[in-house]
Design a protein around this ligand. Structure first.
Ligand code: SAJ
Length: 423
């Protein structure tokens, strides 16, 4: 099994770690990406995304000769499609990358091959979209070509550990396909591998992220309610979670990333009349940047003229460099539309943003308000003394319940917390 040749289409957040994992377990891996820059970098042993330890693993895989990147596929024993499935403006799944990846591999398919769709996809995609394309190979699907869906479940920031240790679902278009795919992943997966149908696996993946999104929406709704009735949502959540069967999630400035903010729409798209809680939750989470802006307006309402807001953190979650669907980017867009605001930003993970200052203190110069938007570990020890010295008005708005209120107040700041109302 280890001498197997695997062709991975898409060298992004999932395709690249998966390729490196198979390669360092002795497989011959052909990594394919339409972006030539990614291919050139990978063949030099360099990576284009930030993820702990991935650089070391990719270097090892490339140096050993087990991982090579190309812009076109090659014949192989197994093909893994790990391309993006974003949403369109009107919240529909954009399957164009999956379609072109599938069409790309058709000429290379041979009897006995395995094709796995890893990209998160609406229920029915493997059977109704992938299989008809693969049929163009002339191979009998399920008998000469084994096909299925095996979604990844890894958490950015912990990808390598979770890739190996998470339990995995494998959905085959028939039992034989599921078994073949399971045997392939067994090369590196230590978690349990559960077999099911392709459509069930698709629904599981989208529902896992929907479950989390709906629960965060509940927490965000509760935060707004607590602000209104004059109590602290964080204390409510902490105490509720002392109940043995309650696990309220954390409110915040919104939900980002390419998963929670996207996948629930795949379910809504298929069954709009039924997926009501799911759609409302998406809208609730999407409303949070607007809610944060309203709080900022309120905090700064007595200041005349242009007000300067300093935003700490712009990524979609802490300790990663990913800004996809980040609610903080949305917040910056909303502030940008307003002529009465000036913006500065500091994020240790992002160098290229147009408002990015060279450090936290520079970002705080003449500022009227610090907004702690992302709870990066780097923000644990803020230079509060130096920040307060250069600020015009010393206001601090914590959207994550991350900072120590007393430290901040002791440095002369007025402290505001998302989800806390004043009576
Ligand atoms: N967030 C909250 N409150 C919370 C938890 C998260 O506001 O209580 C926000 C975060 O700030 C972030 C967003 O939600 O903006 C998403 O972050 P996340 O850490 O919940 O998830 P992702 O998108 O990084 O990864 C998810 C994971 N799915 C689940 O936990 C069910 C991961 O296991 C999936 O593999 C990944 O989506 C994916 O690729 O689908």
């Amino acid at each position: 099994m280890k001498n197997i040749k695997i062709c991975v289409i898409g060298l992004g957040y999932i395709g690249l770690p998966t390729s490196a994992m198979f390669a360092t377990h002795g497989c011959q891996v052909i990594g394919v990406d339409v972006n030539e820059k990614v291919v050139v970098a990978l063949n030099r042993g360099e990576i284009t995304i930030e993820e702990p330890y991935l650089d070391i693993m990719v270097q090892a895989a490339v140096r050993s000769g087990h991982l090579k990147a190309y812009t076109e596929p090659q014949e192989a024993d197994a093909f893994i499609i790990a391309v993006p499935t974003p949403i369109t403006e009107d919240k529909k799944a954009d399957m164009s990358c999956v379609i072109s990846a599938a069409e790309m591999i058709v000429p290379y398919l041979r009897k006995g091959n395995i094709v796995i769709l890893e990209s998160t996809s609406p229920v029915g995609t493997t059977e109704d979209l992938l299989v008809p394309i693969l049929e163009k190979s002339g191979l009998k699907i399920g008998e000469e070509l084994y096909v299925g869906h095996s979604p990844e479940r890894v958490l950015p920031g912990k990808i390598l550990w979770e890739l190996v240790n998470n339990n995995r679902i494998v959905g085959g278009i028939n039992q034989q396909s599921a078994e073949k795919i399971r045997d392939l992943y067994k090369i590196f997966v230590n978690g349990e591998i559960y077999l099911t149908t392709a459509s069930t696996a698709e629904m599981c993946k989208t529902m896992e992220n929907t479950y989390r999104d709906v629960n965060i929406a509940l927490a965000n709704e509760l935060a707004k309610i607590c602000e209104k009735v004059g109590i602290n949502v964080w204390e409510v959540i902490n105490l509720c979670n002392k109940h043995p069967r309650v696990n309220l999630h954390q409110p915040g400035p919104g939900v980002g990333g390419h998963c929670l903010a996207v996948d629930p729409w795949f379910i809504v798209e298929k069954t709009p009349d039924l997926a009501k809680i799911i759609a409302l939750s998406r809208e609730t989470n999407d409303s949070m940047p607007q809610h944060v802006l309203a709080k900022i307006d309120d905090i700064l309402k007595d200041i005349e003229g242009i007000k300067k807001v300093t935003i700490l953190g712009i990524t979609y979650k802490p300790n990663i460099d990913d800004i996809r669907e980040s609610p903080i980017i949305k917040l910056i867009e909303l502030l940008d539309e307003r002529i009465d605001y000036e913006i500065s930003v500091y994020d240790p993970y992002m160098k290229a943003h147009k408002y990015q200052a060279k450090d936290i203190v520079t970002a705080s110069e003449n500022s009227d308000l610090i907004v702690l938007a992302v709870n990066h570990d780097d923000f644990n020890n803020l230079p509060l003394q130096d920040m307060s010295r250069v600020m015009r008005n010393k206001n601090f708005f914590d959207t994550r319940n991350f900072c120590n209120r007393h430290d901040i107040e002791n440095k002369g700041f007025k402290y505001f917390l998302l989800g806390e109302g004043q009576k």
